[in-house]
Every structure is written in C-alpha cells, then in structure tokens.
Design a protein around this ligand. Sequence first.
Ligand SMILES: Cc1cc2nc3c(=O)[nH]c(=O)nc-3n(C[C@H](O)[C@H](O)[C@H](O)COP(=O)(O)OP(=O)(O)OC[C@H]3O[C@@H](n4cnc5c(N)ncnc54)[C@H](O)[C@@H]3O)c2cc1C
Length: 266
Amino acid sequence: MNRKIAVCIKSVPDPDLYGSITLDPVTKTLRREGVKSVVNPADKHAIELAIQLKEQFGATVTLLSMGPDSAQRELREGLSYGADAAFLLSDRKFGGADSLATSYVLAQGLEKAGPFDLILTGNESADGATTHVPSQIGEWLGLPHIMDVVVAGGLGIRNPETWEKAKKLAAALDGAVGYTRPLIDLGLEKTDENMIGASGKSVRPKLYLAFGISDASHHVCGMKDSELILSVNRDENAEIFHVSDYKVVADCGEILDALLKELDIS
Ligand SMILES: Cc1cc2nc3c(=O)[nH]c(=O)nc-3n(C[C@H](O)[C@H](O)[C@H](O)COP(=O)(O)OP(=O)(O)OC[C@H]3O[C@@H](n4cnc5c(N)ncnc54)[C@H](O)[C@@H]3O)c2cc1C
C-alpha cells in the first residue's frame, strides 16, 4: 500500500539574519521585506524523515505551507529534496495569524489534500518558536499527536541506563521526551532542544510523566499547565507533588522497569 505522508513547512527569515529583522510598530508583525527567507530549519528534519520513510517503505510525500506567495520558493526547495507535491495556502487574510489560526488553516488544507497516514512537522519555527502548531494541528484533526504525552527526566534519573528506559517508555507511548537542565549538565543530553522550562520549551501535553524532578520554578513554569501530571520521586515531601495530580513515592528506575515490563518492552 502506498502511504501518504504530509509535511508542514514554514518559510522563516534566515536565522543568521535575525539581527536585521524589525517589527511593524502598529501590527507587531515581522517586517520580512529585504530579509532572505529559508525553510524553517526544524522542518528540514521533517522533510528528511519523510523522504527516508518514502525510500524505505514507499510513500508519496506532500508538502504544505501557509504563507505569502514568496513561500513558493521554500516549497520548491522541499520538492528538490524528493517530495512529490506541494501546496501553498495563501491569502492576505492569513497575514499576522497566531499559532491557533495558522494550525487551523493548515488543518483545513491537510483535510482537503488528504487523507494522510502520517503528518510531520518540525517541532518549532525559528521565528515564532511557540511549539504550538504541531499539537494544535493534531487537535483540529482529532488525531493522536506526539505532544499528547511527555516523558520527562530530572537529576533523579542520574545514569544513562535509566534515561534510556525513560526514552523507551516515551517511544512506547508515542510521546515526546523532555528533561531538566541537570540532564544536560550530566552529559545525558547534548543540547537544550527538549529542555522544559523558563529557558527551554513550554509544553501542555495531556499527560506529563515526571521522573526524578524537583519543583524548581525554572522547570515547573514550562509544564504546570499539562492536563495531567504524574510524578515519581523517592522523596515523599518532594515539592513537585504539589503541582502533580498523581504522586508515586519510589525510585524512578524501579518504576520505569515496572512500566516497561507491563508494556512488554525489554
Ligand atoms: C536562569 C536559570 C534558568 C534555568 N532554566 C531552566 C529551564 O528552563 N529548565 C530546567 O529544567 N531548569 C532550568 N534551570 C535549572 C533549575 O533552576 C533547576 O536547577 C532544575 O530544573 C532542577 O532540575 P531537577 O529537578 O532535575 O534536579 P533537582 O532539583 O536536583 O531534583 C532532583 C529530584 O529527583 C529526586 N530523586 C533523586 N534520586 C531519585 C531516584 N532515584 N528516584 C526518584 N527520585 C529521585 C530528588 O528527590 C529531587 O526531588 C535554570 C536555572 C537558572 C539559574
């Protein structure tokens, strides 16, 4: 069966030129004139994954973008990587759209061009960086999306083996991985790409599983709006329990072992 994969991409001002970008003082939208646009860097990863899946399993890859006419250039670049079709959703009325309006337009386009077996996006745009659009598309279309579940690890994880188990759990639940800053300091993660908190990402998944995380405000501000928070901490007085719906007082390695066993994952 030939699978249909859609990739939503965005034309963004070249991140190398951010020093020269200004905002319109009245509309507060970006002044794009004279600033070179590129395919949003994270979206290039999504295109690459789609092309890999196409080569491995056979699929047609369709690109979708919402933006001004000039975004055709970025769609053509995507086609040159091996995508099969591209659609640009463009209307003056879309100018200055926030993430909710953008995701709605993209969802409508996906419905019209689809149905698709898989919809890929970058996890954030380099200019807006809200990280909202991927999960909002999933919500508009009533589809499960990776941001439904976040499995997050903190310093209580400590060793690479336990962290690997947390990642396996995230994969088994079709979820995303998040972490606190100490995991980067420990060398378990190389970048702050999926760090949650004040200087990282804000997430609002349906389920946030926190393993070995305290209540540092720098972290909590990025996850406290999750619909349901379950925390595992060996300290029964751990402050994270105050923002949690469910608390498990236990060693996080033991709970991860038990969950993976329950899910039949070695
Ligand atoms: C300017 C600034 C910005 C920052 N921005 C961020 C940010 O965006 N995101 C971020 O995450 N941090 C950020 N930080 C760091 C932040 O302040 C905290 O230091 C960090 O979030 C704490 O991480 P943690 O909860 O993993 O570690 P800790 O606070 O050390 O908590 C570890 C928890 O694990 C528990 N534990 C230990 N061993 C086990 C075990 N075996 N099983 C179960 N539980 C166990 C402990 O009881 C403890 O509650 C920032 C700091 C500064 C100064």
